[in-house]
Design a binder for this molecule. Structure first.
Ligand code: NAD
Ligand code: TYD
Length: 351
């Protein structure tokens, strides 16, 4: 039986990756390591927490002694590293936290893998899950390819670029077997309501203002989170050593257009008069250093690994809105902070 470490598995994307691996690979033991920051929520994994091939470990990737001990205890065959600080606005107010978790934490994991695998890299793999934001902003109508030079503009993207560079440096310097993927903006169930889509769904539902940064002209390329999880499975199992794969849905939306679609769909779903939710749109001060456009060329993963997004955006956004409307309790718990008691109730008492 192979033992795989997934970091950040209680977060948005990580929870979908953990679920997919636990359900799909009964011959893998999946260890989910998560510090349960404000973004980590074990309620996201309620349906699989009792599966025999799933283990949760609460811990911080920046805690060197804990991480080395974890690698000793489990003798991992592979690592899929998602744990990170992930929100650009938070990185603007607290860059150091991003440096610490995203760069320092990643280097601790790299050291632990190198030490644990002791140059015997047969069958081992360190997979770093990264973002398209490392490439900066493509304002001229082009696309990010795997050859695009890094040009990060926010403290978040600078920290992800730094961690990508360290991962490649460990492959180059120590021969560590690695793979990296850089994905566009994800949306779907379990996303903390600070990012655009879940925040706006929540605000529309509660008739609160929708804070559009600047003129709402920035463009993002949106991918349904389960399509990202499927891509991660493929890259982990079939991606070539030392390669990078860009993941994206060829699905660009200007923020304002996307917001108007959400307003329209939610008016219909909530039985509100057409145009009601759009009235909540409120233009606010632009984000500092706001990247204008992200656009991924995903041809490499499509052609080499046979991946393609399974959902059209209209279907994905409708499913996502339904999920948040049906999971009001989840939203209430994460917005009030009550979800953080879940670990204490479900895990600490059990031990
Ligand atoms: P998230 O913020 O929802 O989840 C991050 C998880 O990491 C949380 O469960 C948190 O508790 C955990 N974590 C944070 N600091 C930790 C630490 N020091 N030790 C252990 N665990 C810690 O993030 P997400 O949106 O699911 O993103 C996951 C990964 O995918 C990140 O690396 C992010 O950069 C990358 N990514 C995200 C997107 C996106 O659109 N959300 C797109 C591309 C890539
Ligand atoms: P976000 O979900 O924070 O993702 P990222 O910054 O990583 O792309 O933001 C998506 C886009 O929406 C981005 O252009 C910023 C914009 N935005 C708003 O206009 N208002 C908001 O309240 C938020 C959170 C984002």
């Amino acid at each position: 039986m192979k033992t795989i470490l997934i970091t950040g598995g209680a977060g948005f994307i990580g929870s979908h990756v953990v679920r997919l691996f636990v359900n799909q690979y009964s011959d893998y033991k999946i260890v989910n390591l998560d510090a349960l920051t404000y973004a980590g929520n074990l309620e996201n994994l309620k349906d699989i927490e009792d599966k025999p091939n799933y283990i949760f470990e609460k811990g911080d990737i920046t805690d060197e002694a804990f991480i080395f001990n974890l690698f000793e205890r489990y003798d991992f065959d592979g690592v899929i590293h998602l744990a990170a600080e992930s929100h650009v606005d938070r990185s603007i107010s607290n860059p150091l936290e991003f440096l610490k978790t995203n760069i320092f934490g990643t280097v601790i994991l790299l050291n632990a893998a190198k030490e644990s695998w002791k140059d015997n890299y047969e069958g081992k793999r360190f997979y770093h899950v990264s973002t398209d934001e490392v490439y900066g902003s493509v304002d001229d109508g082009g696309f990010f390819t795997e050859e695009t030079s890094y040009d990060p503009q926010s403290p978040y993207s600078a920290s992800k670029a730094g961690s990508d560079h360290f991962v490649r440096a460990y492959a180059n310097t120590y021969g560590l077997p690695i793979v990296i993927s850089n994905c566009s903006n994800n949306y779907g169930p379990n996303q903390f309501p600070e990012k655009l889509i879940p925040l706006f769904i929540n605000n529309i539902r509660s008739n609160k203002p929708l804070p559009v940064y600047g003129k709402g002209e920035n463009i993002r390329d949106w991918l349904y989170v389960i399509d990202h999880a499927i891509a991660i499975d493929l890259v982990y199992h079939k991606g070539k050593n030392k390669e990078t794969y860009n993941i994206g849905g060829f699905n660009e939306w200007k923020n304002l257009d996307l917001i108007k679609v959400m307003c329209k769909v939610m008016d219909e779903k909530l039985g509100r008069e057409k145009g009601t939710s759009e009235k909540l749109i409120t233009y606010v001060k632009d984000r500092a250093g706001h990247d204008l456009r992200y656009a991924i060329d995903a041809n490499k993963i499509m052609n080499e690994l046979g991946w393609k997004p399974s959902l059209q955006f209209e279907e994905g956004i409708s499913k996502t809105i339904d999920w948040y409307l049906e999971n009001e309790e989840w939203l209430k718990n994460v917005t009030s902070g009550a979800y953080q008691q879940y670990y204490d109730e479900m895990y600490e008492k059990r031990d």
